[in-house]
Design a binder for this molecule. Structure first.
Ligand SMILES: Cc1cc2nc3c(=O)[nH]c(=O)nc-3n(C[C@H](O)[C@H](O)[C@H](O)COP(=O)(O)OP(=O)(O)OC[C@H]3O[C@@H](n4cnc5c(N)ncnc54)[C@H](O)[C@@H]3O)c2cc1C
Length: 381
């Protein structure tokens, strides 16, 4: 995308977020649901098109621009960043890379146009980080596939029209036994049970997905049989870029708030911005955010060049979410008691920043993966 067009799109998204989302985000965070009218307006502006191919209703953004757009909306509400990234990443990424033309027309196009939403069911009650250890199974009966099992912590349960999920034919085959499936919401045997009162990411409806004798035809298989682990991982890498971009946007918001507050709050006859301990925190925030943004842009460039970007997306996700957690903690400290008040948004940013360190592979897992790639135990691409 031309630099001027990319800058105009980022500006459009930022302007919409400040005008339309900012006045409502605290209320819908408390209410634990995303206002549908906001999503409809965003769909009208093409905000869900992301990097999806224009042939399927997307904007066809390069990943560098896409990451800037997700960062921009996340300065106001990163949960909107989740929804804007899903057609490109966790839900649509696997369909774009492995789906048939019919599946792309039926599922990817409405996602990119914002007329449908999806969920991605990877995590299970007894296997989160260890995706290949999943227990949800499928059995072949003639040309049909019968799925049984459960997924946990799956987002978008209130608005998802379908779920991209994964099941194994034989656990002893580990990742080679896993196949991807697309399950429409009204399929018999599929039930959804959202959790209530989460610490963070509250507007996202997250919960259990239960599969009891769910019967699917071959048109619901995503990719080839046994290819599901690759489908999941290709989507997850794009998802990690999204988490990292959202973490940068949220960190920027936390630092902006710390700077504004420090300039007006007085103590001991000074504004607190004059205290070097406060300044030192702001320095760490500024350096952390800039470094995290560079890592995000580096991973996005690698994806634009057609690479898998396995290590660079891991680095960006781990680093940016650690920066977000430190930045929001320091910003809370600078706010003093005001940070605990619902009058300020830093409390919400603080709660959400912690969750960034857990989702899309916990940071402890990423720390292990990055080293294993350096040691040659795993490949980087
Ligand atoms: C708000 C929210 C939304 C979510 N949305 C979705 C969704 O839409 N779809 C979906 O599929 N999942 C979703 N998840 C689940 C999320 O991706 C998982 O929580 C995450 O992958 C970690 O899995 P786990 O919680 O089972 O942790 P576990 O795998 O049980 O790990 C627990 C801890 O053990 C340690 N650990 C585990 N493995 C290693 C390792 N190899 N090396 C070092 N330490 C390790 C880490 O400290 C880790 O934090 C969501 C979670 C949350 C909180």
């Amino acid at each position: 995308m031309q630099a001027a067009d990319a800058a105009a799109l980022v500006e459009l998204v930022g302007d919409f977020a400040r005008r339309e989302i900012a006045p409502r985000v605290a209320d819908y965070d408390r209410a634990e649901s995303i206002p549908r009218d906001l999503l409809d307006k965003m769909a009208g502006l093409g905000f869900f098109g992301g990097a999806v191919d224009p042939a399927y209703g997307g904007l066809g953004l390069d990943y560098v621009t896409y990451a800037r757009v997700i960062e921009e909306v996340s300065k106001t509400c990163h949960v909107m960043g989740v929804l804007m990234s899903m057609p490109t990443s966790l839900v649509g990424g696997g369909i774009a890379a492995f789906g048939t033309p019919e599946q792309k027309e039926k599922y990817l196009r409405p996602l990119a146009e914002g007329t449908a939403f999806g969920a991605a069911g990877v995590t299970e009650p007894r296997s989160g980080s260890d995706v290949a250890g999943m227990e949800t199974s499928y059995e072949k009966r003639g040309s049909e596939f019968v799925l049984n099992g459960a997924k946990a912590w799956i987002s978008n349960l209130d608005i998802a029209d379908f779920i991209v999920t994964f099941a194994t034919v034989d656990r002893s085959l580990k990742h080679r036994g896993v196949t991807g499936f697309i399950i429409p919401r009204d399929t018999p045997g599929l039930s959804l049970a959202p959790y209530k009162d989460k610490l963070g990411f509250r507007p996202l409806s997250t919960g259990d997905v239960i599969l009891q004798d769910v019967v699917l035809g071959p048109e619901n298989v995503l990719g080839m049989e046994g290819e599901g682990f690759r489908v999941a991982m290709s989507a997850v890498e794009r998802g990690r870029l999204s988490v990292a971009s959202r973490a940068v946007g949220l960190s920027q918001a936390a630092m902006d708030d710390a700077v504004s507050f420090a300039k007006i709050r007085e103590a001991f006859g000074n504004t607190i911005s004059n205290f070097q301990i406060v300044q030192s925190k702001i320095t760490d925030m500024a350096v952390g955010i800039r470094t995290a943004r560079l890592l995000v842009q580096d991973a996005a460039r690698e994806m634009d060049e057609g690479g898998r970007a396995r290590q660079s997306t891991s680095m960006a996700k781990m680093y940016a979410s650690d920066v977000a957690q430190r930045t929001t903690t320091d910003s809370m400290q600078i706010h003093g008691a005001a940070g605990v008040s619902p009058e300020y948004r830093i409390g919400r940013l603080y709660r959400d920043a912690k969750v960034f360190q857990i989702v899309e592979g916990s940071n402890d897992l990423h720390r292990a993966l990055i080293a294993e790639m350096e040691l040659g135990i795993r490949t980087k691409s």
